[in-house]
Design a protein around this ligand. Structure first.
Ligand code: TXA
Ligand code: MG
Length: 319
């Protein structure tokens, strides 16, 4: 069991000694190490069983600090940082020399963000070092949105869990960069595309459904529960799997015509932000339940609905 608490002095001390600490952010919990200490960064990869070709995001407390490690070579990215940091936005920027290659998996851009969580900002200001932090889950599994999720899966492998309560957004950050002059979104996430376009103009989606060296978090099978997950029309899928005990993850004012089904409604009132907040928690609950399979429906493709659908498609069994 990892020690848990709100003590940022203790967390800073562990990090300075090369240990790993789970940190709260508004999106999901991160598994943090001192980004400038390659041995500590290496243990992040080992603890998560994450392939070394999948680079890490560095977390800093301000735009000013971000520019110590990365170059803002495009006005649109600077504008986005000014508008949305701290917040669920990660920028891909040319890296400066001192960022270890291990953090970026040898790529020449580094992913940077300022997380919007009081405790983690306090920690980052105290430690005065960037923290490399992927989501605090075993590679390929659902991201953690509560301290208990981290404790359950990584508790015996890390020094400390900085307890910042439940995450406020519930989906990983949106990843944005510039390629050939175009503003590109590499991962849909907690900041809606509509908001990005309002500030910085049109974006191009570079979101692959298969293996993609630019953002391996976009591997086709990712964010996946252990139980088979089927995505489609709920009533139809329930009929198709009538002999199985089913968990249903649904959305809005839906009236299910089925007995012996575990129902998790992401947002009975049909609010996509509320659905984002509940998505990973319910995927984990369904996975830990007595159900044999999980059935999900797609959400409307507006706001965070797009990012939720992206996660559900990746979590679903290949069809
Ligand atoms: O909300 C978040 O972004 C959370 C919290 C903890 O900050 N972090 C997170 O990290 O989701 P992770 O490692 O689970 O996902 C980071 C994604 C991966 O898909 C990775 O491939 C991509 O960012 N990435 C990181 N550095 C990159 C780089 N230099 N170039 C391209 N993609 C990069
Ligand atoms: Mg992750």
């Amino acid at each position: 069991m990892a020690e848990t608490g709100k003590n940022t002095d203790l967390a800073a001390d562990y990090l300075l000694h090369g240990k790993l600490v789970a940190i709260p952010t508004e999106t999901v919990y991160g598994l943090a190490a001192n980004a400038l200490n390659p041995a500590a960064v290496l243990s992040v990869f080992e603890t998560k069983q994450r392939p070394h070709f999948d680079p890490l995001i560095i977390h800093v407390p301000s735009l000013q600090k971000a520019s110590e490690y990365a170059v803002f070579d495009d006005d649109r990215l600077l504008l986005l940082a000014q508008k949305f940091w701290p917040g669920p936005l990660t920028l891909l920027l040319p890296k400066k020399e001192m960022v270890p290659d291990l953090v970026t998996s040898g790529l020449n851009r580094v992913a940077v963000r300022v997380p919007d969580h009081e405790l983690t900002l306090e920690l980052l200001n105290k430690i005065n070092l960037p923290l490399a932090a992927p989501s605090a889950n075993p590679f390929g599994y659902v991201s953690p949105t509560e301290p208990a999720h981290v404790q359950k899966q990584l508790g015996d492998k890390i020094a400390y869990i900085l307890d910042g309560g439940n995450c406020r957004v519930g989906l990983e950050s949106t990843i944005v960069g510039v390629e050939e002059g175009k503003l590109c979104v590499y991962r849909l996430g907690g900041l809606a595309i509509e908001e990005i376009e309002t500030v910085a103009g049109p974006v191009v989606l570079h979101i692959n459904q298969s293996s993609n060296p630019k953002a391996p978090g976009q591997l086709k099978s990712h964010y996946a529960p252990r139980k088979p997950l089927y995505l489609g029309e709920t009533e139809e899928l329930l009929k198709l799997h009538a002999t199985k005990k089913c968990a249903v993850i649904c959305f809005g004012g839906i009236n299910l015509n089925a007995n012996n089904v575990l129902v998790y409604n992401l947002s009975p009132g049909g609010d996509v932000n509320e659905a984002a907040l509940n998505l990973f928690r319910y995927l984990r609950a369904a996975d830990d339940s007595t159900a044999e399979i999980v059935i999900c429906q797609k959400l409307p493709e507006i706001g965070l609905g797009r990012a939720i659908n992206d996660r559900l498609i990746r979590a679903a069994v290949a069809s």
